[in-house]
Design a protein around this ligand. Structure first.
Ligand code: SF4
Length: 431
């Protein structure tokens, strides 16, 4: 009987090898190296019989690093899609068991589990947000595969009371993880992890400000893996070094030591996800054909303030709870429509974008429900057009790169006209 591959180990080996490619920029190479290292650590822990955890993208990895448990974000196994032709098998296998309107990022772990190609974790910690896809499918999968499961509760909207509620639940979660794994949380180690995480979040905010400059010294193309690194490696010194390198290179561009990413003519904010497939027909195409630089996407818009001073246990829990509620996608994809609309508008205005692209997953029901309202609000309040693009950002078969490119051709012409007309109006007003 053929042995199953261990996809987590394979990803670790492939990303680590890719990170040594001298043709890659340091931003891309180090991002891949971090991811490869994480997956190799997770595979190694499994081989040694140490506890392993899958977590959702808002659950604080700091707690797991402080307990010596390698946290792998199950939904982020979607990074398999960075290797062409590898993800479809798992999405298709999952779609034999659940409908295709369940988020494909959720269906990938299901496909991996059904195929037997990834070792299952000892525990699974998820959140009840931002959407029904995560608690719905993950809890059913946990039951089916017999994985002990804990769901952290995140209130519908953010408030100080809500943060306290989530902080209490995080403490219960820690007790549960201790009971399941026998690993005790060392508060001293948690302090260290929170300090590293705080510095990493501070750097994320500084990189964000850099990316807003015109012209931008930071492109999404270079920095896209920052989100992936933060949701799993926040709390480690490695992610701090990686973000510091991104920040320093942006500074070097400002001071003329390094060239800018491209000669920008148009500025694009991806107000939701960005397709991982067909870069040559999407992000690179826009840059090469139109000088359109992709500045950021919703997931890199990490608005978690660093900690102030030396926090005690209760204060750390409260900070981590605020973090859970404000991590990208958790912040924007739950609650009433204005929450997402305001954050998308902020993105467009702060980054001085000429065009916004909502690359919406078919599974993201709440954001699709508001998509037209958001588009109208951005046009009314920022004067900027939005392209509502129906995609699955991982599965290129849903809207192939050629189809996206065809929509981009029309959209680029629209934003070029819109930009000219805004500039003419501004010139007339200043006369
Ligand atoms: S909000 Fe959308 S992309 Fe995010 S997990 Fe839910 S369905 Fe998937």
């Amino acid at each position: 009987m053929a042995e199953h591959p261990n996809v987590i180990k394979e990803l670790g080996t492939i990303f680590s090898a890719l990170s040594k490619n001298p043709a890659l920029t340091p931003e891309k190479a180090q991002g891949l190296g971090l991811l490869g290292g994480l997956y190799l650590k997770a595979a190694g822990a499994h081989e040694k019989g140490e506890p392993t955890a899958w977590i959702s993208f808002g659950i604080p990895p700091e707690i797991f690093w402080a307990m010596d448990i390698v946290p792998v974000v199950d939904l982020n196994l979607a990074t398999i899609s960075l290797i062409p032709g590898k993800v479809e098998k798992y999405i298709d296998l999952a779609t034999e068991a659940v409908p295709d309107y369940i988020c494909s990022t959720n269906r990938i772990p299901l496909g991996l589990a059904l195929s037997g190609d990834a070792p299952l974790p000892n525990i699974w910690v998820v959140q009840n947000a931002p959407c029904d896809s995560i608690p719905g499918l993950d809890s059913a999968m946990a039951k089916y595969f017999g994985i002990p499961y804990y769901s952290v509760h995140v209130p519908y909207v953010n408030s100080p009371l809500g943060y306290e509620y989530t902080a209490r639940d995080l403490k219960k979660m820690i007790a549960w993880v201790e009971g399941q794994t026998g690993r005790k949380l060392d508060v001293g180690r948690l302090k260290g992890a929170v300090q590293h995480s705080s510095r990493a979040h501070e750097l994320m905010l500084k990189i964000r400000e850099m990316a807003m400059l015109v012209p931008t010294p930071c492109s999404l193309n270079e920095n896209r893996l920052a989100y992936t690194a933060m949701i799993q490696l926040a709390g480690t010194p490695e992610v701090v070094n990686y973000l510091q390198m991104i920040y320093d290179r942006a500074q070097d561009r400002l001071s003329g030591k390094l060239p800018y990413p491209i000669q920008e003519k148009l500025r694009i904010a991806w107000i939701y996800t960005v397709p991982t497939y067909s870069p040559g027909l999407i992000v690179d195409y826009m840059a090469n054909e139109y000088g359109a630089i992709s500045l950021t996407f919703m997931l890199n818009n990490m608005l978690v303030p660093p900690v102030k001073g030396d926090l005690d246990y209760e204060e750390m829990m409260l900070w981590l709870a605020q973090k859970v509620c404000n991590m990208p996608m958790t912040r924007e994809c739950r609650g009433p429509w204005e929450v997402y609309a305001d954050s998308a508008l902020d993105l467009v205005q702060n980054y001085k974008a000429d065009g916004a692209i909502f690359s919406g997953h078919t599974a993201c029901k709440s954001n699709w429900a508001a998509a037209k309202l958001v588009k109208d609000k951005i046009l009314e309040e920022a004067g900027v057009p939005t392209l509502n693009l129906e995609t699955d950002f991982i599965d290129g078969r849903v809207t192939p790169g050629e189809a996206v490119r065809d929509q981009l051709i029309e959209f680029m012409a629209l934003i070029q006209r819109n930009k000219r007309s805004r500039e003419e109006k501004n010139q007339a007003a200043s006369r």
